[in-house]
Design a protein around this ligand. Structure first.
Ligand code: EPZ
Length: 416
């Protein structure tokens, strides 16, 4: 089981490039199931979740080939409409293959999805949405067996702007006859990217990025080439790393419009940030003022996927702050590990109260999920002495060779 060994205290310097977005690539890969023509996705990141999503497509009979950083996908001769437990259980995004498989085959049998241990991760909104398209669903023994022979466009009002449910319904509606309307849809940039990808293949989707998305079913999709957006969570992670460690870094592919909430919060922390043509320049002396309150909420609110990272930042910022996690009910598992390093954080229900400390101390800590694991790496960058982060497989799900990325801008971190 790989670990990261980090020697804290190094200032960061130099330029780092944000890679493609995991949470755009995953639904886009699911969307490839809808087309019988070849598709090329550029700059494919080698995150474990992406590799596992490729395995799901191959299990359906698709061909997935990597060629100099791009991914060539051919779903012309799919032979199955099933996703078995062993594949579905390794990642959450297996569930939105369901919408694509139904759109293509009008039938599907998929096992319940897996993913990070950050909460119950129910799929009731996915099921509600597919039923609105007249899909008959039998939910038994951890499998969803779906009959879509009489699918038609429909209207669904989501009780919560679920990212995955919005994507699943969109994917199911693209090849389904009639008009579909998703009300209270998620507005994340990855939703816009998925709609742009599908429209580039000939789909008819409008309103992505707003709370009402309309899809007019079409008969077939073409093939094509598409470049998914950069990963706004990785971009935010690098910004927070630079703020904590101090130094002077440039972050390429930092799209300001994807990180408005984070930029709004950090501009008050006395570090110097400049943004021009998607390149963010940060100068920080590592001495920061606490941000008094951060509450996660659906886009364009503060992203839950940056909650752990900004909590690590607050743990060394001067003053007291509150971080409220509104999206997932158990997304504070990184707190006990940060406390091992000397952080002063107390959690009650969904609120963490942080008293900033002068110094963190290197320790042996355990990654429990993707973003919680990264928060421990950020803390290790500034802690006195050595930090070992265990179970980095969680981190590899959404960052490719994070140790090399951070070493390239001066951090002392190796994989052991
Ligand atoms: C996506 O997960 C992301 N994953 C998550 O990123 C991200 O944290 C989340 O959206 C919120 O932005 C991918 O895109 C692969 P949701 P998803 O459905 O779709 C409740 C990361 O670190 N809900 O928007 O599963 C749910 O319990 C990962 O990259 C229902 O109640 O998130 C949660 O409280 C972690 N019923 C809230 O909605 C449902 O049917 C948000 O979930 C679905 C969701």
């Amino acid at each position: 089981m790989d670990k990261f060994l980090i020697k804290g205290g190094k200032k960061l310097k130099g330029s780092i490039k944000v890679t493609s977005a995991k949470n755009a690539y995953l639904p886009i890969l699911a969307g490839c199931i809808l087309s019988e023509k070849p598709i090329v996705l550029t700059d494919c990141p080698k995150y474990i979740d992406i590799i596992n999503m490729g395995k799901i497509l191959e299990n359906l009979g698709g061909k997935v080939k990597e060629s100099d950083e791009n991914l060539q996908i051919d779903c012309s001769s799919l032979t199955s409409s099933n996703i078995p437990q062993d594949l579905a259980s390794v990642l959450r995004s297996s569930i939105f293959s369901l919408g694509s498989i139904l759109g293509r085959f009008k039938r599907a049998k998929v096992a319940y999805p897996g993913g990070c241990e950050i909460g119950a991760r129910p799929i009731d909104l996915h099921i509600k949405g597919l039923k609105a398209l007249n899909v008959k669903i039998i939910d038994k023994h951890g499998y969803l067996t779906c009959d879509g022979r009489n699918m038609r466009g429909g209207r669904v009002n989501l009780d919560f702007p679920s990212v995955g449910a919005t994507e699943n319904i969109m994917l199911a509606a693209v090849l389904t006859k009639g008009e579909t309307e998703i009300i209270n849809a998620a507005k994340e940039p990855e939703i816009i990217d998925l709609a742009n990808f599908l429209n580039s293949l000939g789909a008819k989707i409008s309103g992505a990025g707003t709370s009402v998305i309309k899809i007019t079913g079409v008969k077939k999709l073409n093939g094509g080439v598409y470049s998914p957006m950069p990963d706004r969570i990785i971009a935010g992670t690098y910004l927070i790393a630079g703020m904590m460690a101090g130094g002077n870094i440039q972050i390429e592919n930092f799209r300001a419009e994807d990180n408005i909430a984070l930029l709004e919060k950090v501009k008050k922390t006395a570090c110097n940030i400049k943004l021009e043509n998607d390149i963010l320049t940060l100068k920080s002396d590592g001495r920061l003022k606490a941000i008094n309150k951060i509450e996660t909420s659906p886009y364009p609110g503060f992203p839950t996927d940056l909650q752990a990272q900004i909590l690590a930042l607050q743990s060394i910022s001067k003053g007291t702050s509150m971080v409220v996690e509104n999206l997932f009910e158990s997304r504070f598992k990184h707190v006990p590990e940060l406390v091992k390093m000397g952080a002063k954080i107390s959690v009650k229900d969904r609120t963490a109260v942080v008293h900033g400390v002068e110094k963190l101390y290197g320790a042996d800590v355990n990654a429990t999920d993707l973003r919680g694991g990264v928060a421990l790496v950020l803390a290790g960058l500034v802690a006195e002495g050595y930090t070992t982060v265990n179970n980095v497989r969680h981190i590899d799900r959404g960052y490719y060779q994070l140790e090399n990325q951070l070493s390239s801008i001066g951090a002392e971190i190796t994989r052991i």
